[in-house]
Design a protein around this ligand. Structure first.
Ligand SMILES: Cc1cc2nc3c(=O)[nH]c(=O)nc-3n(C[C@H](O)[C@H](O)[C@H](O)COP(=O)(O)O)c2cc1C
Length: 248
C-alpha cells in the first residue's frame, strides 16, 4: 500500500508512478483518514509526502503516531518529494518508525516543482525548471521502485547543506512559529468559486457568504493558494508578488 499526503499534487503524481510500477494501491491521507487513522497495511507500506522545512509535515507525523494497523511485520518505506533538498528528514522518519517499533527499510527523495512561497526569497520555479523536474522524476521513480522491490535497506536522499541543523533546529522553529493558518485570506479578486475548499486535502476550508474561511486543521500545504484560478488566496503579505504552481 502507498499512503500519500499531497497539497498540490507532486506527491500524488509520484505515488501514482510508484503504483504503476509496483502494483500497490494508493490511499490518500484525507480528512477521514486523519480523523480516524486505521489501515490494513499489508506486507509493505510506502509513505509518500512532501517535505516541510526539512522534515515530515506535522499532519503526517500525527498519523504515524496514531495509525492503527492489523500487522506489525509490515516493511515501511519513505518516498519524500521536495523542491530542493530534504535535510535530515530520513532520520526523522526512521525515529518516528522506531517509536512505533516498525521496520523502516528504505528512505528516498524525489525533487519536484517547489510550492513554498511564504518567506522572502522563496517562490515557485520557472515553468522550464518545473517541467524539467517533473520529466526527471520518471527515471528517479524507476530507480526507487527497483530498490523497493529489492527491499534495499538504505537512505538515498538529497540532503543538501547543513542537513542536521535544518532538520533539528529550523524544522522545530518552523512548526512552532510559522505554520499558523490565521494569515490566510481571500483578496478582492475572489469569485467565491470554492476551488480552494475542494482542493484542501483536510477539508479545512468552508465557504460562507461566498468567501472561503480557514479552520484550524491546516497542513500549510498551499493547495488553496496554488489552485485558486484567480490567484486570490493570500497569506498575510507573504504571498504578494509570488507565483502559483500548476496543480499536478
Ligand atoms: C510548508 C512548506 C515547506 C516546504 N519546505 C521545503 C523544504 O524544506 N525543502 C524543500 O526542498 N522543499 C520544501 N517545500 C516544497 C515541497 O516539499 C515540494 O514542492 C513538494 O513536492 C510539494 O508536494 P505536494 O505537491 O505533494 O504538496 C515546502 C513546501 C511547503 C508547502
Amino acid at each position: 500500500m502507498i499512503l500519500c499526503f499531497s497539497g498540490t499534487g507532486n506527491s500524488r503524481y509520484v505515488a501514482q508512478l510508484l503504483s504503476e510500477r509496483l502494483g500497490d494501491e494508493v490511499v490518500m491521507l484525507d480528512r477521514e483518514l486523519y480523523d480516524s487513522p486505521i489501515l490494513h497495511t499489508g506486507d509493505r507500506l510506502i509513505w509518500v509526502y512532501p517535505i516541510y522545512s526539512w522534515g515530515t509535515p506535522p499532519v503526517v507525523r500525527s498519523v504515524m503516531t496514531r495509525l492503527k494497523t492489523d500487522r506489525d511485520d509490515t516493511h515501511h518505506f519513505m518516498v519524500a518529494t521536495c523542491g530542493d533538498d530534504i535535510g535530515d528528514a530520513a532520520s526523522m522518519w526512521r525515529r518516528d518508525m522506531a517509536r512505533r517499533h516498525w521496520n523502516a527499510v528504505g528512505a528516498y527523495s524525489v525533487i519536484m516543482p517547489n510550492t513554498y512561497t511564504l518567506m522572502k526569497g522563496f517562490d515557485v520555479d520557472s515553468p522550464e525548471v518545473a517541467a524539467r523536474k517533473v520529466a526527471d522524476a520518471t527515471a528517479r521513480v524507476d530507480t526507487i521502485a527497483r530498490a523497493i522491490t529489492a527491499g534495499v535497506r538504505t537512505d538515498d536522499c538529497t540532503r543538501g547543506k547543513w542537513a542536521w541543523f535544518k532538520t533539528a533546529i529550523i524544522y522545530r522553529w518552523f512548526v512552532a512559529h510559522d505554520m499558523s493558518p490565521k494569515p490566510f485570506h481571500a483578496t478582492d479578486s475572489c469569485t467565491g468559486c470554492g476551488t480552494c475548499a475542494r482542493t484542501c486535502p483536510l477539508d479545512n476550508i468552508t465557504m460562507r457568504d461566498g468567501m472561503p474561511h480557514w479552520g484550524d486543521t491546516c497542513a500549510l500545504c498551499l493547495g488553496c493558494y496554488h489552485s485558486c484560478p484567480c490567484h486570490a488566496v493570500a497569506y498575510g503579505k507573504a504571498t504578494r508578488d509570488k507565483g502559483q504552481k500548476t496543480i499536478l
